[in-house]
Design a protein around this ligand. Structure first.
Ligand SMILES: *Cc1c(COP(=O)(O)O)cnc(C)c1O
Length: 386
């Protein structure tokens, strides 16, 4: 028996993060500080965007993207049926209606042809929210053309797509805004946190106002302390200095983290591609290059291999896994009850919800772990075959 114990995800925090947090706590600038600004600057440079705005989460970034463009009641927003709940909830927060569209069987990404069909039928689509599923950019040429024809904005959900590329551009610069997450088990963490990227100066100014109550001038712009007016229904979605300190320290390690993810992914994929029963979404498809959030293997749709059995086997040999995502979002209780979606309407999303397994590739893996995980995954399928 092996004594390995490999969690699906684990933030790698060290002395750099601890020291940075300690320095913040020694001072008095806990919000509105220089670390948040430095993090924004560094992130914008890496992403290749004019602006990067630090927020309390990726969910806040998605929400503010729509709100800053006055998307609300009577408007519809195209959302993939296979995604994190935050993508669709961001439309609901604004009073807009999420219109779910099935995903493509080779990538799990928004199906552009299906999106056209849904948008033309609805007639009131004001935004498209492509989610770069597990790090692989969507077909942004096709989605960009649809958005242009509809006069809709594009909000990229880049929560798992830091450093993913499409042609010579990075995810987050392919639409009107890009929304990133620093939740603990993403590519890097700021504990909780998010970043909104955009090249649009006016949109950036509106997002900055909305992240801080709707004040008409920021703290630095106030000539008399405490004197300001409020001209928008803003929220409190700021990132604080402790989070920015952790985020910056992690940001310095991101090159190493990403290299480890790529290495681990390739070591495992080489082994697992040999198994006929498994579908593996290729990390390079056309112009899109994945950021390798995990390696998801999808079991056959006919159910001849039962996911629960495979996951239990893996757990028994010390391999942690996850599921992205366990329910096709329109069939979750909230959306089903509200809009009456029925099983069978989103066949690919439903297949993924039932049969995908996410295997770890993060920088927390130790030497030999990728080979071990691939070997055990093979055994799990062989066992299930019988
Ligand atoms: C994690 C995640 C989110 C939400 O990010 P938070 O920072 O936790 O709000 C949104 N979309 C996707 C695709 C995610 O993976």
């Amino acid at each position: 028996m092996s004594s390995r114990s490999i969690p699906f995800g684990k933030p790698l925090l060290g002395d750099e993060e601890r020291d940075a947090v300690a320095r913040v706590l020694e001072g008095t600038m806990l919000v509105h500080g220089e670390l948040t600004k430095a993090f924004e600057k560094a992130f914008a440079e890496r992403a290749g965007s004019r602006h990067a705005i630090a927020l309390s989460s990726c969910t806040a970034a998605l929400h503010l993207s729509l709100r800053a463009c006055d998307i609300g009641a009577g408007d519809a927003v195209i959302v993939p049926a296979m995604t994190h709940v935050a993508t669709a909830h961001s439309a609901e927060y604004c009073g807009a209606r999420p219109l779910f569209v099935d995903v493509a069987p080779e990538s799990g990404n928004l199906d552009a042809a299906a999106a056209v069909h849904t948008a033309d039928k609805a007639g009131n689509v004001r935004a498209i929210l492509p989610v770069h599923y597990l790090g692989l950019p969507c077909d942004m040429d096709a989605l960009g053309a649809i958005a242009a024809r509809l006069g809709a904005m594009i909000v990229e959900d880049c929560a798992l797509a830091i450093d993913a590329t499409y042609g010579d551009r990075k995810a987050g610069t392919l639409g009107d805004t890009g929304c990133f997450s620093f939740y603990p088990v993403k590519h890097m963490t700021s504990i909780e946190g998010g970043m909104l990227t955009t090249d649009d100066d006016e949109l950036a100014a509106r997002v900055k106002k909305l992240r801080a109550f709707g004040y008409d001038r920021s703290l630095g712009e106030r000539s008399e302390p405490g004197v300001y007016d409020i001209d928008a229904l803003g929220l409190n979605f700021r990132m604080n200095e402790v989070e920015a300190a952790v985020g910056l320290a992690q940001f310095c390690k991101l090159d190493d983290f990403q290299a480890a993810r790529t290495r681990n992914f390739e070591a495992m994929a080489t082994e697992l591609r040999e198994i006929d029963e498994l579908t593996i979404f290729e990390p390079k498809q056309g112009k899109a290059q994945s950021s390798h959030y995990c390696l998801n293997v999808v079991l056959p749709a006919d159910g001849r291999i039962v996911r629960r059995d495979v996951v239990a086997y893996l757990k028994g040999v010390g391999v942690g896994s996850s599921v992205h995502y366990p329910v096709a979002l329109p069939l979750s209780r909230y959306y089903r009850d509200k809009y009456g979606y029925k099983p069978g309407e989103f066949p690919i999303a439903e297949w993924l919800a039932a049969q995908t397994i996410s295997l770890p590739v993060g920088p927390h893996l130790e030497a030999g772990d990728p080979e071990y995980i691939a070997e055990e995954m093979k055994k799990a399928v062989l066992t299930a075959r019988r």
